[in-house]
Design a protein around this ligand. Sequence first.
Ligand code: KDG
Length: 317
Amino acid sequence: MDVVTLGESMVLMTPQQTGYMRYAEQFSAKVAGAETNVAIGLKRLGHDVCWISRLGHDEFGEKIFRFIRGEGVDTAQITWDETHPTGLYFKEALSSESVRVQYYRKGSAASQLTPEHVSERYISQAKYLHITGITPALSDSCRQAVLKAIAIARQHGVTVVFDPNLRKKLWSDDKAREVLLDIVAKADIVMPGQDEAAFLLGQKDVAEMATDFLAYGPSKVVIKLGADGAYYADDRHQDYISGFAVEHVVDPVGAGDGFAAGFVSGLLDHLSLAEAVRRGAGMGALVTMVPGDMEGLPERQRLLSFMEQAHHEDVMR
Ligand code: KDG
């Protein structure tokens, strides 16, 4: 197993029309969730991934299970909940520029994950453990499950990659800051967005934030800068990576997960830190070109030719 991840996947309902959802009559039903977006992205690039989660024993649980398994992600660690439903999430486009997210996930099956659902055997055999800040926000037992997964990873030398993925609708700012910083201190690699970094550390220069993150304990930090690329740092290098030009952003949601998948893929392929970050930026850019949180995740060949083409365009300029 290359990577193990743990978290909630939901059915994503998207109104077919732009504007207030109260007027929507038709919705598309897709599958989304930060950790499964990453898992699918990694799988499409040829890596083996396991997703630990809990699904409601209902039609939407079946839909998610079949979809994720169909993508080739290992679903052996999924458990079924007879009394709690699978979570739902709505993505309302008020205009082409402004997207609002509504969750219907309180008390969901995934929020009932506990440390007992976290298998030492699975995590100890992986190279990376991918964690996001969404899972510990779901419930106390989810937070305990995340902490157990991290403890197992550390004990067995599995690299812990942490994306804070701040979701303010799920918890208070104070609690989020406390829990997320605690996980930062336990992670080997952190990859916040610039706004998340500022939320955690206070507004300051990106290079200064990177240095502050390293002081918490991780050996590598990557701060995502959206269309502008990313800033990375370890104990030897610190630098910017420029973003890939995207002519028309169709749907930005999921770009950070695409970035995470590309970045971890680069690490698995033993690329340099800078090259792994560049692969992350390429994946993130491709995700924004397609509607849906994970549908734009490319297979390896498409990613490589997209990055290669962008490189030639750079050189010609
Ligand atoms: O990063 C995209 C995710 O935020 C989305 O797919 C849904 O997991 C999700 C969440 O909790 O918002």
